[in-house]
Structures are given as structure tokens and as C-alpha cells.
Ligand binder design. Structure first.
Ligand code: FAD
Length: 511
């Protein structure tokens, strides 16, 4: 088995995994047809809907299966083995309406919008991106103006997956131009728009490198009137809804890469077992085995990251870094796995006659859709440096008495007097401990006895004016960090204080 249930799955998750796998096994050929014809596989979508799997995420109270994000992830993983068009139609419905209504919809909205999806009557789309607005989603230009009991939407969206085939479109639009609302990210709102609403049309369908059969295009909103009851969670809540939905979107999107990865491994191994070169199966060559080992490692790591993040979402735990890591890692390893699988299969792998080539063509978009790899890195960097600030603190260091070298310590170091002399000594000491680094505000305060912020500012300013310290200030001119200048080092301590040589060094070389 290329996959195993995780220990935290319940029996219904396991059963769902078996059933969806069985469905995928039986429909792999139909999925390959789509890669050739590029026709949207409505027949496959209907079959999945009839089985009730569009309701995996939807609670039983609203006609769904109540299997949470884990259940929805299982469905996305298996459907993605069949074809990206089928998986995309499913996934985008989940993060284009269902998740937002689940998290933020009123009881009436849940009763109205969720059961039709669970019953398989409705598919969805998510409309954030615009011609001039990509990663910077807060700059959305599409407007929604309140008029009586309606909102009037004007603008264009692009890159919308399921464009035309979806029945329900979750549209983010600007409802305020006030700078104070923008500053609070309260200028956007989320509205549900039905296909067929006057003024709402498909402008263009993109011809893509991959994702065969999955319509993706531009939408035009020309004075589109929707009832005010289609607004989710109140005016100005759009950004919050958008951001809160992203973790789920990233997990679901990442799950859609697992199927092709599994298929690629299957092809690489089974092909290599049957291809004889130099008198033996090519899978016997260690180079091919190593590539396949990397593929397994990539699959296992991706699945673990994705289902761990899904579980965090199910238990309502913080999952921003986990979801972004799952999406980032899987999309990067996906590209390598497809390239390696083709390499193992040689020229055949690069032809359209085996499906691995079409998986390879999907690899780039995985690093762009649902937030680019750069945006994932920004999310991970910002989130983790904030969350782990305590653990990431530079260890306190002191000069080791016997070795004379800097070494980390948990000791409470004796504080210096809060004077220019004391501060300069601290900065000189820091030169011995971290010669290339500035000291932060906190670093300096820790080493000076009871120094108030304004006193420290005064001391540093004076040292700077005398040329004894170099200051690093922010854009507003506030001092952030400081270090001793050459003159400051000389003034603080005699040269002997800074000297250190390794014991093995010949004295002949020291002058
Ligand atoms: C096939 C496909 C399907 C899609 N489906 C949907 C959909 O259903 N609904 C929807 O709303 N959108 C959809 N998108 C849009 C997708 O979310 C955007 O393409 C994506 O967010 C990036 O926006 P962009 O393409 O405009 O690139 P840009 O934002 O213009 O970025 C260009 C490059 O600059 C980098 N960059 C941008 N900002 C920063 C920064 N601050 N720091 C570092 N690097 C940065 C990006 O990472 C990228 O490499 C889809 C896109 C594609 C290609």
C-alpha cells in the first residue's frame, strides 16, 4: 500500500479512504482520457456527488458526512489520482463557499447553502484574484455597494478555477474606501453569487500548461445585484474570512498533489521492473533505486504534514505554519518527484502516452495557486519567528575563564553601572562575545543596572555624538540597536582585553 491510515483516523475515515481509493482505481483510465480531450469530466463529478463525498466536510446536521477536514482531505487525495480536473472541482467547491459558510455563515445561510453541496447539486468557486491583484489580496478592486436589501457588484476576477462550471461563487469585494477601514483590514466583504445572476458572466477561459479539463478563467461583474442575505458574517469581515479560510485551502490544495505523486511512484517502479537494459531491469540500477527512495520519502513526508495540519484544523488548533509548510513542501517535492519519475522511465516517461508527463506539467501551478511558494515562506517566516520568539533568542554569552572564548551561559551576569562608561564596557564586552553584531535594546538593558528607556536613549545618543558608538535606528529615528565604534573599543578597554589566540599557534606568528 502506498498509503496507510494515520493512527488518529476513526473507522469512518478508514472506510472513506478505502471507498474513495476503490473509486479512483476504477476510474484512472477515464482520468487519462481527460488529459487528452481536455473536456471537463462532469460525469466523474456527478458520480462523486452521488456518492455523497462532496459532503465529507459538511456536518451531518446540514446533510453531510461530518468527517471534518481529515475526511475532506482523504477525498481530495484519492480524487487527485483520477485527474486534476475532478480533484479541482471538488477542492475548489470546498474552499469556495463551503468552508466560509461553515466557519462564518449564519444558521440560515448554513441551512440554505450547505445541503445542496452535500447532496451533490452544487459546485463552488472562490473569487479572490483579479487582473491587477494577485498575492496582495488586500488590494482587491472589485466593489460591492449596498443598495437597500441588495449589494451591487462591479469588477473583474481572474484565474478563477471552476469558472463557468460552478453554481456558487464566493466573491471577495471592497465595501469601503475609508482609510481607517483599510488600516484595520475591514474594507472587504465576502458574498455568495449564484450562476445566472444578471450581469455576471464568464469573460475568458485560460489555456493552461496543465490541469487539463479544469476550466479556469476571468469573470465579469457588471452591476450584479445579490440579496444582502448573501453577505457572510457582516460587512467588513471579508479579510478575516479570507485569511481564516487559507489554512484549509492550503491543506486541501496540497492533498490534491498526493494522488499524482502516488501514481508517479507506481509508474516509475513498475516501468523499471519491466525495462531491461544492460541485461537487467533498470530498477536494479542504484541510481534509479535512490530516485525512487526519494519519491517514497517525499510522499511520506508530504502525507504526514498534510494530515497533521488537517487534524489540527479538526481539533481547532492553530495551524497556520503547519498548513503553509504542508503546501510549500509538497509543491516543491512534487516537482522533483515528477522529474525523477520521468528520469527513471527515460524517454517513455516524457511522452504523453504515460500519465507522468501530464503530472509534470501540473507541477509549476502547485507553487503558484492557493498562494505562491514565496507567500508560503513569508507566512512561515513571520508566523514562526513570532511564535517562537522566546526560543529564538540569542543565548546569553560570556567569556570562558579558562578557554578565553565566548560560550553560552544561563548565569546571571553582573550588571554594569548605568553610565556612559558602564554602557561602553558592555558594548566592548559584546565585541568579544559577538564581534560582528549589534546589541538589541533588550540585550543592553539586561546588562545595565536598572536603566530606564529614556536614560539609555540619552547615554547612547551621547556615545554616538562622541563617536564612541554606532547606532542602528528604525525609519522613525528610534534607536533599535548599538555597537561600539573602533574609537569606543579603544576607550573602553586596553588592546590586551580583546586578544585571543589558539594554544596550538606558534608565538612566532604573533606580533
Ligand atoms: C491555474 C490557477 C488557478 C487559480 N485558481 C484561483 C481561484 O480559483 N481563485 C482565485 O481567487 N485565484 C486563483 N488563482 C490565483 C492564484 O492564487 C494567484 O495566481 C497567486 O496568488 C499569485 O498571484 P499572481 O499570479 O498574480 O502573482 P503575483 O502576486 O503577481 O506574484 C508574482 C511573483 O512575485 C512573487 N511575490 C509577490 N509578492 C511577493 C512578496 N511580498 N514577497 C516575495 N515575493 C512576492 C510571487 O511569489 C510570484 O513569484 C489561480 C492561479 C492559477 C495559475
Amino acid at each position: 500500500m502506498l498509503t496507510k491510515p494515520f493512527p488518529w483516523w476513526n473507522d469512518r475515515h478508514k472506510k472513506l479512504a478505502e471507498e474513495t481509493k476503490d473509486f479512483a482505481d476504477k476510474n484512472l483510465g477515464r482520468g487519462e482520457e481527460v488529459a487528452w480531450t481536455k473536456e471537463f469530466p462532469m460525469d466523474l463529478v456527478r458520480q462523486v456527488q452521488e456518492k455523497g463525498w462532496f459532503g465529507a466536510l459538511i456536518p451531518e446536521d446540514y446533510g453531510g458526512m461530518g468527517l471534518g477536514v481529515t475526511g475532506s482531505t482523504i477525498v481530495a487525495e484519492e480524487l487527485s489520482r483520477v485527474c486534476s480536473a475532478l480533484c479541482g472541482a471538488y477542492s475548489v467547491t470546498m474552499f469556495g463557499g463551503v468552508e466560509q459558510v461553515l466557519l462564518y455563515g449564519s444558521e440560515e445561510q448554513k441551512k440554505k447553502w450547505l445541503p445542496p453541496v452535500a447532496k451533490g447539486e452544487v459546485t463552488g468557486a472562490i473569487c479572490i484574484t483579479e487582473p491587477a491583484v494577485g498575492s496582495d489580496a488586500a488590494s482587491i478592486e472589485t466593489t460591492a455597494r449596498r443598495e437597500g436589501d441588495e449589494y451591487v457588484i462591479n469588477g473583474k476576477k481572474r484565474f478563477i478555477t471552476n469558472a463557468g462550471v460552478a453554481d456558487m461563487y464566493l466573491v471577495y469585494a471592497k465595501t469601503s474606501d475609508k482609510p481607517e477601514d483599510k488600516a484595520k483590514y475591514a474594507h472587504l466583504s465576502a458574498l455568495l453569487v449564484k450562476k445566472g445572476t444578471p450581469g455576471f458572466s464568464v469573460e475568458k477561459i485560460n489555456e493552461l500548461q496543465g490541469w487539463a479539463g479544469l476550466p479556469n478563467g476571468f469573470l465579469n461583474f457588471d452591476d450584479v445585484r445579490v440579496p444582502a442575505e448573501n453577505l457572510i458574517a457582516g460587512e467588513g469581515m471579508g479579510w478575516k474570512i479570507l485569511v481564516d479560510g487559507l489554512n484549509f485551502e492550503r491543506v486541501t490544495f496540497a492533498a490534491g498533489m498526493l494522488g499524482p505523486i502516488r501514481e508517479a511512484i507506481k509508474y516509475a517502479v513498475s516501468y523499471g521492473e519491466r525495462r531491461i537494459q544492460f541485461g537487467q531491469p533498470t530498477v536494479n540500477f542504484e541510481t534509479n533505486q535512490f530516485r525512487i527512495a526519494d519519491m517514497f520519502a517525499g510522499l511520506k513526508t508530504s502525507r504526514l504534514l498534510i494530515y497533521h495540519a488537517a487534524n489540527l484544523l479538526d481539533i481547532k488548533a492553530e495551524a497556520m505554519a503547519e498548513a503553509a509548510t504542508a503546501k510549500l513542501y509538497t509543491s516543491e517535492v512534487y516537482e522533483k518527484i515528477m522529474s525523477d519519475a520521468i528520469q527513471v522511465m527515460g524517454g517513455d516517461g516524457w511522452t504523453h502516452f504515460y500519465p507522468v508527463e501530464s503530472f509534470m506539467r501540473d507541477s509549476k501551478v502547485n507553487q503558484i495557486g492557493a498562494g505562491t511558494s514565496e507567500v508560503m515562506r513569508l507566512v512561515i517566516y513571520r508566523g514562526e519567528t513570532r511564535a517562537m520568539a522566546k526560543d529564538l533568542k540569542l543565548p546569553k554569552r560570556k567569556v570562558h575563564e579558562r578557554l578565553g572564548v565566548p560560550i553560552s551561559t544561563t548565569e546571571q551576569l553582573p550588571a554594569k553601572e548605568a553610565s556612559e562608561k558602564g554602557l561602553l564596557e558592555v558594548l566592548a564586552e559584546n565585541y568579544c562575545l559577538n564581534p560582528g553584531l549589534f546589541m538589541t535594546w533588550t540585550d543592553m538593558k539586561e546588562r545595565l543596572a536598572n536603566v530606564a528607556d529614556d536614560v539609555l536613549t540619552g547615554l547612547l545618543t551621547s556615545l554616538e555624538q562622541k563617536g564612541l558608538a554606532v547606532l542602528y535606528k528604525d525609519r522613525k529615528g528610534t534607536i533599535q540597536m548599538a555597537r561600539a565604534s573602533y574609537k569606543g573599543l579603544k576607550e573602553a578597554k586596553p588592546f590586551e582585553y580583546y586578544k585571543w589566540y589558539p594554544e596550538w599557534l606558534s608565538k612566532d606568528y604573533i606580533f
